[in-house]
Every structure is written in C-alpha cells, then in structure tokens.
Design a protein around this ligand. Structure first.
Ligand code: GLU
Length: 490
C-alpha cells in the first residue's frame, strides 16, 4: 500500500476509473478519469484504479503499463489500484475470477440465473434474424426452462454452458446525476450472459460486483455505458446489493461531430505526450470538455479546477475536441513554465530534431529555449527552430533570400553590409548591443520595419519569422553571425 503512486484517503466518496487495457489511453477515457479524480478530490474521497482485463483475446500487459504511465504523467494519482493495493484488492479483474464465479453460482442456485447451452453460431443466426425483422436482438429464452434431463444430456455431450441472468419484466428507473431521470423497459433487455462458457465473467457482471464490493459510491463514466446501467442495477437487486449513484458523461466528438479519432489531431494521451503537450495543459483543456467553472475562468491549474469543480455543472451535450484550443492552452503553459524545467522537457525534442544537446552548455540552452518559447505551441515545434541556433550556417531558400527574395531586394544588400561591419566592431553581442546595431543601421539607411529587419532575420535564420532578433543575435554570437551573413552575401 505504501507506494509513491498511491496515497491513503478518508472513506466516504469512492469513485473508480476502470479502463480495459486493450489499447492506449483514449482522450475520451482520460476525461472520464479526470472527472472521477476531480470529484474524489473535491470531496476528499478516494479515487480507485481498477483494471478490467477479462477480455483475454484483446488485453495486453503493455497497454496496462502505458495507461498507468499516462495517468501518472498527467498527475491523476490513484489512492488504491493494482500496483499499490488497498483494502479492496485485488484491483485487476483477472485476479478476481473466483469472486465472480461464486456469486454467479449463488444466482444459479437461487434460480435467478440459468445455464445456457446455445452455441455462438446459433445465437448469431437468431440475432441476424431479429435484426432483419427490425426487432431488438434479444435472447429468446430457449435455455431458461431446460429440464434436468436436458441439462445432463448437453453436459454429457461435453457442451460448456454460459450462465445467463434472468431479466424479469418491468421498468428500471434511476436518477443520473448528469442526465436526470432515466427509464428502461426490461423487456428490451433480454436475459444476458454473466459468465461466459469458459467460466470468465462478462463485463456487466464483473463491473457491478466490483463496484459493490469495492464500495464505490458514484459511477462516473462515458455515455456509451448508459445501456449497461439497467443491467447492473438488475444484477445488484438480484444479489441484494444497493447500487451506487450514476453519472454518464457525454461523448467527446471531433469538430465534424464524428467520434474523436486521429484525424482530429490526436486520439490518445500517448500521442499528446509525444507531440509535446504539457500534462498541466492537457488536464486544463480536458477539464473544459463538458464542464465550465462558474466564474468563467478557462486557464486554471489543477488545484483550482478541483476547488471549482462540481459534477452538477457537467453538461449533457456532447463536447467537441478542438486541437487549436488545446494548442492555445499549451502555449500558455509553455510560456509560463520555469525555464530550467522547460529546457529539461525540451531536450528529448531537441534530440529528435538531431541536436546533440550534450555538446552544448546548459546555460546557453536555457537562452535558446527562452528565445523560442513564445513561438511554439507544442514542444515538437522546437524542430522548426532548432536549425536557427544549432546549425553552423543557414542557406535561405531562393524565395526567402534576403537579397533576391520577394520584397526584400531594395536596400537589403546595404543593410547586410552595414550590419556585418557593425558586428565586426563588437566583441560580445549582448541584447543591448544588438538593439544598438539595428538602431544604427536604421539611422544610416532610413529604412525601418520589414525592410530593415527582414534581410537580417533571413540571413541569420533563413526564415521570415521567429524569435526576437536581438535574442537570436545574442545566442549566435559574433562568429556565427558573420559566417551566416558572408554566406548570403557571397
Ligand atoms: N472497462 C470499461 C471501459 O473501458 C469501463 C466500464 C465502466 O466504467 O463501467 O469502457
């Protein structure tokens, strides 16, 4: 239990995030994790991580590891979970199979569930027939009333049965915290499998059993699970358990209103991380997907989000993922980050851009990052600027040549000639000296604005935009400035 990723909290509110490790953490799922976390922290409750890994064909341990790593990266630290334990362990469903089996057997004994010997092929055929008639594809109850002899005969043939839960007719009603009163007609549900023929619990059964045994008070999850809720309530009723409260969050869609996918900019937290988003920016942005602070603030660190969060203010309309807004929030956090920390975070991105960061001094690197931090939206944008500072010389493309490029010709040669002379007269190009040099050229040539700055900027960086010129000059230093100017003049 005493593990750095987990901390002990008081009882009362208990929520869980229950990912299935069949892929990397999806942005929709992490918003669910975040809202659970915010609700728990706001009420001084517990945030539990449960791994739903009973779909053995699709589950992979590496995905579980990646999910845990992404949650830690975001700072969504759980109080109980598979790595740190807790009073209700184990927290991996694959380690709880005997619990489900025991409870399913109890339901069988009580006549609330029955053995079903229908083959997957038979069920699929019936499902298709129902669909083709426009009927809901629900189980027809074939095995509900098998005689003792029929059961024995199936068993003698070696057919392994699944366990099916009997759904009685009636209505199921519950109050959803986000969506209000919800009603389901049980006749639309049909008897459903709780233990598959291989003896492994199906999702609805394992989830409802765990929510109760782990004393979960509030189930906060995506709207895609809404239709599972009546099944889970029915199971709880049959087992004599009270159900937790439910809150179903709306889906996150792309701007074209389709399900969020890679083509909307990103799909998983892993992608955001690799792209160079800061965790605090991702958290801040995701908190605004379906929730807003009463005071209208948008930029908020996690502690303020916790303080202001209220589940009652969560909207039931779908949230739209807007990568531009995420970038805007990310650039805010980049600009305001401590420069030493930002530099450390930037190093992997510089390396990816081919920079041998170990060969340069840290202090100099701080200056580089400080110069470009206002121009980047994600850390991978560093790639665009790495060449400016790390390459020996720059070769501007013919359109952006400071001398022949469009609109730059007039006076550019004169600007660069003067610039070079003035640089040669100095030893140390501080930012003040850089300002003084530019002012000097302005006075001598009577040129200003783009006509004055662009030839110098292009000669030094090969680009028409970028960090402040005086910062670039200071970082490059005399020798490299002269080399670059000579390169374009020649
Ligand atoms: N394992 C389910 C999923 O990943 C979670 C279901 C739930 O929250 O009840 O979608």
């Amino acid at each position: 239990m005493s593990n750095q990723t987990c901390s002990e909290r008081s009882e009362s509110i208990r929520v869980r995030f229950a990912p299935s490790p069949t892929g990397h953490l999806h942005i929709g799922n992490v918003r669910t994790a975040l809202f659970n976390y915010l609700f728990a922290k706001k009420h001084n409750g517990n945030f539990i991580l449960r791994i739903e890994d009973t779909d053995f064909d699709r589950v992979k341990r590496e995905y579980e590891e990646s999910i845990l790593e992404d949650l830690k990266w975001l700072g969504l630290i759980w109080d109980e979970g598979p790595d740190c334990g807790g009073n209700y362990r184990p927290y991996r469903q694959s380690e709880r199979l005997n619990i489900y089996k025991e409870l399913a057997d109890k339901l069988l004994k009580e006549g609330k569930a029955y053995k079903c010997f229908c083959s997957p092929e038979e069920l699929e055929k019936k499902r298709k027939e129902s669909l083709s008639k426009g009927l809901p594809p629900r189980y027809d109850g074939k095995c509900c009333n098998l005689s003792r002899e029929e059961i024995v005969s199936y068993e003698q043939k070696g057919i392994k049965p699944s366990t099916r839960f009997k759904v009685e007719n009636g209505l199921i009603e519950f109050e959803d915290i986000v969506r209000g009163k919800i009603t389901f007609n049980c006749s639309d549900i049909g008897d459903f499998v709780i233990l598959r023929s291989d003896g492994i619990s199906a999702y609805n059964f394992a989830a409802s059993v765990d929510d109760v045994l782990m004393k979960i008070t509030h189930v906060i999850r995506g709207e895609d699970h809404l239709s599972n809720t009546p099944r889970q309530i029915l199971l709880n009723q049959a087992m004599g358990f009270d159900s937790p409260h439910f809150a179903h969050l709306s889906m996150i869609l792309g701007p074209d209103k389709s399900r969020l996918s890679k083509r909307h900019g990103a799909e998983s937290v892993t992608e955001l991380r690799e792209e160079g988003y800061l965790p605090e920016a991702v958290i801040n942005y995701l908190s605004l997907l379906g929730w807003s602070s009463e005071d209208g603030r948008e930029i908020m660190p996690l502690n303020d989000i916790i303080k202001n969060f209220s589940i009652e203010r969560v909207s039931k309309s779908p949230a739209v993922f807007d990568i531009k807004k995420l970038k805007w929030i990310n650039s805010h956090y980049i600009k305001n980050k401590d420069i030493a920390e930002l530099t450390e975070l930037s190093i992997p991105f510089l390396k990816k851009a081919g920079v041998r960061t170990e060969t340069v001094e840290r202090q100099w690197l701080y200056k580089v990052i400080d110069a470009i931090k206002d121009n980047i939206e994600t850390l991978s944008d560093i790639n665009k600027y790495a060449g400016i500072f790390f390459d020996e010389i720059i070769t501007p493309s013919s359109q952006s040549s400071p001398i022949r490029g469009e609109g730059q010709g007039e006076g550019a040669a004169e600007v660069l000639k003067l610039f070079k002379e003035m640089i040669e007269r100095e030893n140390d190009i501080t930012e003040d000296i850089a300002d003084k040099i530019i002012l000097g050229i302005k006075e001598k040539t009577n040129l200003k604005g783009k006509k004055l700055m662009m030839p110098i900027r292009i000669a030094l960086t090969g680009k028409t935009e970028g960090p402040e010129l005086k910062k670039i000059m200071n970082i490059l230093g005399k020798e490299r400035i002269i080399k670059r100017v000579n390169n374009v003049i020649s």
